[in-house]
Design a protein around this ligand. Sequence first.
Ligand code: PAF
Length: 292
Amino acid sequence: MQVFNTVASLQEALAQQQGHSVGLVPTMGALHEGHLSLIMRAIEDNPVVVVSIFVNPIQFNNKEDLAKYPRTLETDLQVIGRATAASSCQIFVFAPSVEEMYPRPVDEVYHFGPVEEVMEGPRRPGHFSGVAVVVRRLFDIVKPQRAYFGEKDFQQIAIIRSLLQQIQYPIELVACPIVRADDGLALSSRNVRLSPAARAIAPTIYATLSQAVEMSRYESVEEVIEWTLSTLSSFHEVNPQPDGLRFEPEYFEIVDDATLQPILSWDEAEGIVGCIAVWLDGVRLIDMVRFK
Ligand code: PAF
């Protein structure tokens, strides 16, 4: 594993690897098993893998979230080193500063039409444009053949697919399944901010989504949405919690997995997923589940 902090040094190393396919795993660090699953998949597919670690300020529409985002570079490097020690793949970690990534003020803005008008889009103005700017910059720097993203951020994958169509880069987008803790909680860098009491009840989100999938066999889309939201919102009434701890769902949308547009009946699309954002203990958790 080699670590690079500048674009020039990374590109110099990549130039030595010409003729080998390069897989890019973009991350914001605070690595967990979910990230490692992307890295391991990239290693299977490519002899050269670049893992970027960069907390991208322009994709945070909330200053507090940016300030609180965990930054654990030393541990991240150890985690990557240990996980990839037995691999013959060239592992390049790219950990630039903000100035290195953005030497000039950013003036690009991306628009994605209907796929950004649902779920995260209206609630996090500017977020997906900020993601697109950094991902395109990484594509330009690394020039990968493949790029790896986790399905937990389901809408982000649709955004990157749309970005690739807009910029016409011949990069294969590889979407990798969510990795969950043994108790079902979707792994996320934000989970470390949950108090022990909040962490203990957080698996309720996935348990509720799984029940929603069961319900979809005999209830309408509207009923499943209502039930899911009210089950989470009223959880603390049925199961009293310390310190006013409660789930506050922001949205639960059931959508066509290709267009991300909400569906009204179960036969309206071939692939259907449910995506949720829930506040718990001051932490915004997202998750998703497949209905078909
Ligand atoms: O999913 C993430 O961690 C980020 O949005 C990404 C893709 C690394 C861009 O900053």
